[in-house]
Design a protein around this ligand. Sequence first.
Ligand SMILES: NC(=O)c1ccc[n+]([C@@H]2O[C@H](COP(=O)([O-])OP(=O)(O)OC[C@H]3O[C@@H](n4cnc5c(N)ncnc54)[C@H](OP(=O)(O)O)[C@@H]3O)[C@@H](O)[C@H]2O)c1
Length: 402
Amino acid sequence: MRYVFRRRENDKKPFLLAGAPPTTCLHHYIKSSSTVREKTGRISLATAKITDGQGTMEALVCEKLGDPATAIGEGSPIVLRKNHPVPPLDSPTAVRVRVKATSLNFANYLQVLGKYQEKPPLPFIPGSDYAGVVDAVGSGVSLFKVGDHVCSFAALGSFAQFIVADQSELYLVPKECDLVAAAALPVAFGTSHIALVHRAQLGPGQVLLVLGAAGGVGLSAVQIGKIRGAIVIAVARGEEKIQLLRSMGVDHVVDSTKEGVTVSVKNFLKSRKLKGVDVLYDPVGGKLTKESLKLLNWGAQILVIGFASGEIPLIPANIALVKNWTVHGLYWGSYKIHRPPVLEDSLKELLSWMARGLITIHISHTYSLSEASLAFAAIKERKAIGKVMITIDDASHSRSKL
Ligand SMILES: NC(=O)c1ccc[n+]([C@@H]2O[C@H](COP(=O)([O-])OP(=O)(O)OC[C@H]3O[C@@H](n4cnc5c(N)ncnc54)[C@H](OP(=O)(O)O)[C@@H]3O)[C@@H](O)[C@H]2O)c1
């Protein structure tokens, strides 16, 4: 197992990012503290200058905790540095990737707010899953060559033009797959795949209820549910999200702005002569979870994925006992430490599904690094449908939908 340490200029001891998946952000940590803070404001996207890891690149740096949806230069906790050091190859098996695209996950937003379970020391470069092109390889790299398309995820560090990872942490993206889509895959689809396939072992004919179904993890759960042959019920808010879910072949969609979840789902179940929900996929929590528990079958499984509502739900143990429920807490990133083969197999299967067109990555908003505050705002304001992405060095993708 590899650990992630950080040593700032004035620190006596390296800091261990407790529980964080192995990552290569060490360079970002070390270098960012010794870099002179850039002035914020209007920023032009310059191409990175690179000479064997000695060059500079653009990177978003979180310098204080706060709301990253605040415009950069107007008190935002994140700044865009144009002259951040390019991370060097730190071991013979290290690979440097020129990042093409990186995902914005709800967790990235929570982390800059200071409300996520992993609390890295400041300053840090946020960002987790990404895809790009291999830019340089260490002398012992046998699995990749310069020019290969790869994707991966790190505990931190992907909101930058370059990132370094060990070759064991990278996945080859088939040439037929879009790199921006591949960057959206690891966290969202990885979480839903391990939850539904590995943990719940969802099977044909089972009833799956997905909350927050048009969000990043929700939309992936819906698709994986359909692939597994489940009867999928989705809960989301607003016409645009509802239409998209219907177009994906979801069996029943509840618009929670218009109807009560319990009544709507009960009517649907009755119309299909079904007793209840077998698997609850819950990235939302709060009131919605409480309502959903009323719909669960004997022997149902509850997948606790997240708390987008901000409220951690209570699942009464007495009812779990009487109804023989199984509650699965699921923290996808920790599989990298505790069950790496499960995570690897899962991501490889997802990439093969993507190459075969079995899953589609829906991206509602795409921004450049300098527009990151808008990307965070899309997540905060519940505008995201599927994924929000940041693309780098690509003018054609650097246009927001808003
Ligand atoms: N356990 C893990 O390993 C893991 C991995 C990835 C994500 N997560 C967690 O899963 C949750 C969702 O992540 P995501 O990336 O899918 O986020 P997302 O794309 O923003 O989706 C969240 C969805 O939750 C719904 N929601 C309900 N109440 C909300 C509220 N008060 N504020 C914001 N959204 C609300 C929204 O749907 P409507 O507006 O349609 O209601 C939204 O589409 C987060 O808590 C995240 O930390 C956990």
